[in-house]
Each structure stands twice: as C-alpha cells, then as structure tokens.
Design a protein around this ligand. Structure first.
Ligand code: NAD
Length: 262
C-alpha cells in the first residue's frame, strides 16, 4: 500500500510530460493518491486530459490564476467531485520573456514585475485561501516549486528570482496561518530541469551544464527526483514539517564557490 493511500490531490501546472507537475503526479499516483488536474488554457486542455486519463482521473478543470473568478470557480468545480481534499500542488510560474533575458534593470517594468509576482507568488496564496474550506482539519498539505534565484542573484533569472523570494515568504506565512487547522505548507527548491518554462530562461542549457559539472552529485535532477520529494512532503510521513524550503538540486545550493579544481 502506498504512503498516499486515501489522499486526494489537486495538481496544477501540467503543460507537458516534462513538467515538474507530471513528475509529481506520477509519484503521488504510484503512492496511492487519487488525482485531479487543472489546465491553464484551451491549448493545453487535451494534453492535460490525456495525462489525467493515464493516472485514472477524469477530473480536469480550467484554471488561469490571473483571474480571481477562475480560482474560485476551480474549487467550486472540484467540489462537485470531492467534498474535501488533502493535497494542493502549486507548480505555476510565469514572467514575460524580456524580463528573464539579459540584465535585471533592462527588462524591469512595473507591468513585468506585477505579472511575475501575481502569477508566480500571489497565486499560491489565492489558491490556498480558496482551497481552505475544503482542506481544513484533514492533515492536508500544500507544496509549491521554487528556485535558488529566490535567495542568490543569478544572471537572467531577474524578476523571477524576486517573485520566488516572495513565494518562499508566502509559504512561511501560509504555514503559520494554516498550521492550527492542520494544513502544512512547504516549497521544494528544484535544480534546473528542461521544461517549457525553463526554455524561456536565457542561457538555460549553460545553467544545466554548470550544475552537472559542479553539484556534489555531479548530475542535474529529474522530475522523478522532485516528484518523490513532493509526494513525501505531502504525506503523513512528513507530518512534522511545515514552512520549509527543501532543496532537490543534487546539492548545488551548498556550494560556496564553483570552478576551482579539487
Ligand atoms: P512547465 O512549463 O512545464 O510548467 C509551468 C506551468 O505553469 C504550466 O503548466 C503553465 O500552464 C502554468 N502557468 C503559467 N501561467 C499560468 C496561469 N496564468 N494560470 C495557470 N497556470 C499557469 O515548467 P516547470 O519547470 O514544470 O514549472 C513548474 C514550476 O517549477 C514553476 O513554478 C517553476 O518556476 C518551478 N521550477 C522550475 C525549475 C526548472 O528548472 N524547470 C526549477 C525550479 C523551479
């Protein structure tokens, strides 16, 4: 019996089989969770429906987090299938391309800043708020995806790094707020993985090569690596863990300096 047997999970952020959310869905399905999915737009609908089918789910709900009404409608629609649920996977981020290519100040506009923060950080809090009545008092868990750019300055990551810092702070405030009703909130800070979102970041391949050369494990991480940790964090095995950022990055974040011979 899997360690998520009897749990129900809503998974956002599936855009392709390479999405981190797909790796999380795979691990949660394997461990016995029942799954429901959201899709961002009509273009992605059939792809997410196919993925859902693979995991034995026919609950597929539209959700563009730029729209407050859609966030509420998502949980209203979910409520028609499930009266309550246990796990919310937030695997959503976006910044306009010109804001994550080149120098921080070159791509800086009020609009780019607001879009990055709204889609990548505010959406976590907004979803947690809308999900709250269905998740309270069930030993539930929320997990989101962050990146090292939240705490270190990395070329090209720019405003997305600032938005990820906001996301990680949001995790801590949500953990404090929802802890008394038994809901845990955590982030995974994943190393670079080639996905559609990552392809938008300038020099992404160079980043990946750098991690493979210098991370303690001398490799990059996979969506399976991240999926397994997400499944654990959302299970009762992690019942004592909340408000944390857990690194799944082959150890890269511990390094002080790279490129020196050992
Ligand atoms: P992905 O492109 O597969 O997934 C990004 C998802 O965000 C897509 O499913 C997209 O539909 C969704 N999304 C974007 N705007 C949205 C909106 N307005 N409403 C609803 N959904 C929206 O890429 P991914 O790498 O799997 O990204 C998932 C998460 O992992 C993101 O938060 C990303 O920042 C984070 N992350 C990725 C990496 C990496 O290297 N790939 C590393 C660390 C963290």
């Amino acid at each position: 019996m899997g360690f998520l047997q009897g749990k129900r999970a809503l998974i956002t952020g599936v855009a392709s089989q390479r999405s981190i959310a797909s790796g999380i869905a795979e691990a949660m399905h394997r461990e016995g969770a029942q799954l429901a999915f959201t899709y961002q737009n009509e273009k992605l609908k059939s792809r997410v429906e196919d993925a859902a089918k693979e995991f034995g789910s026919d609950i597929v709900i539209p959700l563009d987090v730029a729209d407050d009404a859609q966030i509420q409608a998502c949980f209203d629609a979910l409520g028609k299938h499930w009266d309550s649920f246990d796990i919310l996977v937030h695997a959503i981020a976006y910044a306009p391309r010109e804001a994550i290519d080149g120098e921080f100040l070159d791509g800086l506009t009020r609009e780019n800043w607001n879009i990055a923060h709204e889609i990548s950080a505010f959406s976590l809090a907004a979803m947690a708020k809308a999900a709250r009545p269905m998740m309270a008092n069930r030993n539930g868990a929320i997990v989101t995806l962050s990146y090292l750019g939240a705490e270190r300055a990395l070329a090209n990551y720019n405003v997305m790094g600032v938005a990820k810092a906001s996301l990680e702070a949001t995790v801590r405030y949500l953990a404090l707020n929802l802890g008394p009703e038994g809901t845990r909130v955590n982030a995974i800070s994943a190393g670079p993985i080639k996905t559609l979102a990552a392809a938008g970041i300038a020099n992404f391949r160079k980043m990946l090569g750098h991690v493979e050369a210098y991370a303690p494990l001398r490799r990059s991480v996979s969506i399976e690596d991240v999926g397994n940790v997400a499944a654990f964090l959302c299970s009762d095995l992690a019942a004592g863990v909340t408000g944390e950022v857990t690194y799944v990055d082959a150890g890269y974040n511990i390094l002080g300096m790279t490129g020196l011979d050992t």
